[in-house]
Design a protein around this ligand. Structure first.
Ligand SMILES: Cc1cc2nc3c(=O)[nH]c(=O)nc-3n(C[C@H](O)[C@H](O)[C@H](O)COP(=O)(O)O)c2cc1C
Ligand SMILES: [Mn+2]
Length: 503
């Protein structure tokens, strides 16, 4: 099934799949929605469409990304790895051998060419156009998420800027604290592309457009950590299988996705700043108030009856877990392009994405695990990772008990732990300095004399013929071990039993 073309068809799809609940009771965007959503997310519940947010005439959609199944529905795939494979197919293009290969290659090239955003002249997002004094953020059900947040925050925006020198467009998801009817902060952290566009502006100010309420793939693409010059909207078009349609803004020289529910246009000036935050963040803590630029809004355009999208981050797991997991899966083939020995990787949700990376590698030479740690610390936003754990190829990086077993069993802390330092996520509160601090690498691979270890012992494995014999005779023994199905897919008991059966 093709990914939904706009937020409304996405809502219809969610509804027909039993993945959405409409809440008709009046509910307060000030804290109350957070508590409802937090309970819903943590229990794997549905997307919620709040039909009567207090103080607003606009509906609020939240938890659209809260489960793996919904994330797959958003991308029109069975498993998130399928999205990665689609990219891999293009990344690994080789010179064609023979006619069939050439035809296939041309088809791939065409799918890339068709992904480029295209301009349209009329757009649903401009059914209502408000400029100057008519701009009024008060009409939107913007949430104040956590008790120490000083104001409401727009949490699920696609913020569009342009590199003035190259003309390359950037789209990023950055929270926006509401200041008044016509202005917000713009939370561009120091490692992000939006901030770079502002810093590069010769006159110190840039136009900015913010799209709210997009189709899910385009909304996701705003959160994707792509290299600076790779267009998020091109990638969104490629993943959707149809180009993102753009329309000219009314008051600034930028373009926005035509299918958006709501668009904010305006300016950000380097000189115009203030104290943003604190904000209850995805780290599970409040990030302290800090200086950030202000976004002055020159126009607000909308669909009639525009639906406002929101997300609550907080102590993991929260709704952003599956946005991050989508990124983890989608970027695997791209990472393998520069680190081909990497078999798989996992960013544990509890590690708030940047605190911990587990990688499995096909190890070939002494120091190979350390080479890979340095590679991770040199890759895009993965460079902000505080700790990297490296295991051998056969270890399932998503099975944290297996990983923990290797870390405990295979590590001589004096020999196998690497302490380094480098850039750290600006939101991290534990480092001594902000945005700079220590790195921990743990080499939990098998080692031998070439790496200063003694002869490595063989791992215990039952011989295959005995396993087959016991498989055949199991019924005969009359020992009640439930079948894999009956044990359920999740849950510690099921996992432990499954491991028992696997051995
Ligand atoms: C829900 C959500 C909120 C986010 N909020 C911020 C934010 O306030 N500031 C920020 O710099 N990054 C934030 N991010 C991460 C960026 O969206 C992400 O790093 C993205 O790659 C930025 O785009 P860029 O690489 O083009 O700068 C957020 C991500 C998500 C999923
Ligand atoms: Mn970018």
């Amino acid at each position: 099934m093709a990914p939904p073309s706009d937020l409304r068809s996405w809502i219809r799809l969610l509804e027909s799949e039993g993945e959405l609940v409409r809440v008709s009771a009046e509910v307060d965007p000030d804290l109350e929605i957070t508590e409802i959503v937090d309970r819903t997310v943590k229990s794997g519940g549905p997307a919620l469409l709040f039909e009567r947010p207090k103080g607003s005439t606009h509906q609020l959609l939240i938890n659209q990304f809260g489960t793996e199944r919904r994330m797959c529905l958003a991308f029109g795939v069975e498993r998130l790895d399928d999205v990665g494979r689609k990219l891999e197919d293009v990344l690994e293009m080789q010179p064609p051998q023979g006619l069939a290969d050439k035809v296939r290659g041309l088809r791939k090239l065409k799918s890339i060419a068709d992904s480029m955003p295209k301009t349209v002249s009329k757009a649903p997002c401009q059914e209502v156009v408000l400029t100057g004094d008519d701009v009024n953020l008060d009409v939107l059900p913007i949430q104040r998420c956590w008790p120490l947040d000083p104001a409401p925050f727009i949490t699920l925006p696609a913020v569009i800027t342009q590199d003035r020198a190259t003309g390359v467009r950037n789209v990023g998801m950055y929270r926006m604290q509401k200041l008044d009817r016509r202005s917000t902060f713009m939370h561009w952290q120091i490692h992000k592309d939006g901030r770079a566009d502002l810093l590069a502006a010769e006159d110190g100010r840039i136009p900015v457009a913010v799209a709210l309420g997009l189709d899910p793939v385009t909304a996701y693409s705003a959160s994707a950590p792509l290299p600076k010059n790779v267009g998020e909207l091109m990638v969104a078009g490629f993943l959707k299988g149809s180009a993102v349609e753009l329309v000219d803004c009314k008051t600034v020289d930028l373009q926005v996705p035509a299918n958006a529910e709501i668009v904010l246009e305006g300016w950000v000036d380097r000189q115009d700043t203030g104290l943003e935050g604190p904000f209850g963040d995805h780290t599970g803590y409040y990030t302290p108030a800090e200086e950030f630029p202000v976004f002055r809004i020159s126009a607000m355009t909308m669909r009639r009856d525009a639906i406002y999208p929101s997300i609550v981050v907080g102590k993991p797991p929260a709704e952003d877990e599956w946005l991050a997991k989508a990124t983890e899966r989608i970027f695997l083939p791209a990472i393998r392009m520069s680190v081909p020995e990497l078999v798989d990787y996992d960013l544990p949700t509890a590690g708030a994405f940047h605190n911990c990376v587990i990688v499995s590698i096909r190890k070939r030479f002494p120091g190979h695990a350390k080479k890979v740690m340095h590679a991770v610390w040199g890759l895009g936003l993965l460079s902000l990772s505080k700790s990297v754990v490296v295991v051998d190829a056969e270890v399932d990086v998503h099975d944290y008990e297996q990983v923990f077993f290797r870390v405990c069993a295979n590590v001589d802390p004096k020999r196998d732990v690497l302490l380094s330092e480098g850039p750290i996520d600006q939101l991290d509160h534990a480092t001594t300095l902000q945005a700079y601090g220590g790195k921990l690498g743990i080499d939990a691979t098998a080692k031998g004399p070439s790496e200063g270890a003694r002869e490595w012992p063989p791992e215990i494995e039952m011989s295959p013929d005995v396993r087959a014999l016991v498989d055949r005779r199991w019924e005969e023994y009359g020992i009640p071990v439930p079948t894999a199905d009956a044990m359920g897919k999740n849950g510690a008991v099921g996992r432990r039993l499954r491991q028992l059966v696997r051995r």
